[in-house]
Design a binder for this molecule. Structure first.
Ligand code: PMP
Length: 363
């Protein structure tokens, strides 16, 4: 067939992000994409606005300003940092660079959908590995490894489950992989984790060429609309990614806003405190209504509905939408009886609890 795409491409279900609107509902509250509840730091906004006067010239192509800021913030060599148009771009670039047709790509069964898309877009074979109680199961992952396994994506914390894999388990996974397999630690929600073993992931990247970590400014830093993320990689992987990334993949306003966001420690702390307060309150209140929620280390909660008539996730989703609240249905993640709730601003959390309580009280 003329103009047939590469094998795998037509198997891709296009990624559909969290809805932002509902027909007939004016100004709904969007709690569907895990954006930061407090929005960006005023310093990031000021840097963004100041940089818009530069829009007639190309940005510096390697995002040097941002790489240096990340390097300074984490004590890393900026030459090991590659910036991207969101961490989505970096997760995809890695697959573009390393996958050959037929190579296998491992990820947990309820993983972020971009891993499967990146595999199929490169004619790779996505291998979805069974999880245990919505947690990545390292034994099952290791049992799924074959000589064709080229990439392993591990979101830690995981989306959409909000669960966390202790570092010893990450290390055990890495130890079971061949040096020819790349372990991608997707750390989009890293900042929310209050575990002192977290920095060990960075140390693992620095020690082993076959481990990389991706990060984003979309979540706790509240800059999802700017599309900016970074990856910590070995010098060899940086060289490869820099050959194939788009020449000017991060705009100047995004580079400057990202760098400024990291300098506002008070805003970061306020966002983390808000998140902890509301995560605990919401978890307790939702459980109090008889619904199941896993302990989350992130800025979102996976709520499991009983699935009985009148109490299905689809009915809850409809009811919440009618009352101006947009959550994320989880059928595409293999969790059809779950909705994912982003921890939003305080008034949004309060309204959510009111509406959910009313839903559960219906006959
Ligand atoms: N990884 C995970 C686990 C995510 O949940 C997301 C956002 N939904 C991303 C990566 C991508 O984030 P971004 O492209 O906005 O940096």
């Amino acid at each position: 067939m003329a103009f047939a795409p590469k094998p795998g491409v037509l198997e891709i279900a296009p990624y559909v992000g969290g809805r932002a609107s509902v027909p007939g509902v004016v100004a709904p509250i969007k709690l569907s994409s895990n954006e930061g509840a407090l929005g960006p730091s005023p310093k990031a906004l000021a840097a963004y606005t100041a940089a818009t006067c530069d829009v007639s010239i190309y940005p510096e192509g390697s995002a040097q300003i941002l790489r240096e800021a990340v390097g300074a913030a984490y004590g890393l060599d900026p030459a090991r940092i590659v910036c991207g148009n969101g961490s989505d771009e970096l997760l995809t670039l890695i697959a573009n660079a390393y996958l050959r047709p037929g190579d296998e790509v491992l990820f947990g069964e309820h993983s972020f959908l971009v891993y499967k898309i990146a595999a199929l877009a490169n004619s790779g074979v996505p291998v979805s590995v069974k999880e245990k109680d919505r947690r990545v199961d390292v034994d099952a992952m290791l049992a799924a490894v074959t000589p064709k396994t080229k990439l392993v994506y591990l979101a830690n914390p995981a989306n959409p489950t909000g669960t966390y894999l202790p570092f010893d388990e990450v290390k055990r996974l890495h130890a079971g992989l061949s040096p020819d397999t790349l372990l991608v630690l997707d750390a989009a929600y890293a900042e929310f984790v209050r575990r002192n073993d977290y920095d060990a992931g960075i140390a693992l990247c620095l020690k082993h060429d076959n481990v990389v970590m991706t990060r984003t400014f979309s979540k706790v830093y509240g800059l999802a609309g700017l599309r900016v993320g970074w990856a910590l990689v070995s010098p060899a992987v940086a060289d490869v990614l820099n050959r194939i990334r788009m020449p000017f993949n991060v705009s100047i306003p995004a580079q400057r806003a990202g760098a400024a966001a990291m300098s506002d420690h008070d805003h970061l702390q306020a966002a983390l405190d808000h998140n902890t307060l509301w995560r605990d309150r919401l978890t307790a209140a939702i459980r109090g209504l008889g619904l199941a929620v896993d302990d989350s280390v992130t800025n979102f909660l996976l709520i499991r509905f009983p699935g009985t008539p009148g109490k299905t996730a689809a009915e809850a989703d409809r009811y919440l939408c009618e009352h101006g609240l947009i959550l994320r249905g989880m059928a595409a993640y293999g969790l059809p009886e779950s909705l994912r709730l982003t921890i939003g601003p305080a008034d949004a959390c309060e309204k959510f609890l009111q509406v959910l309580t009313a839903f559960m009280a219906r006959p």
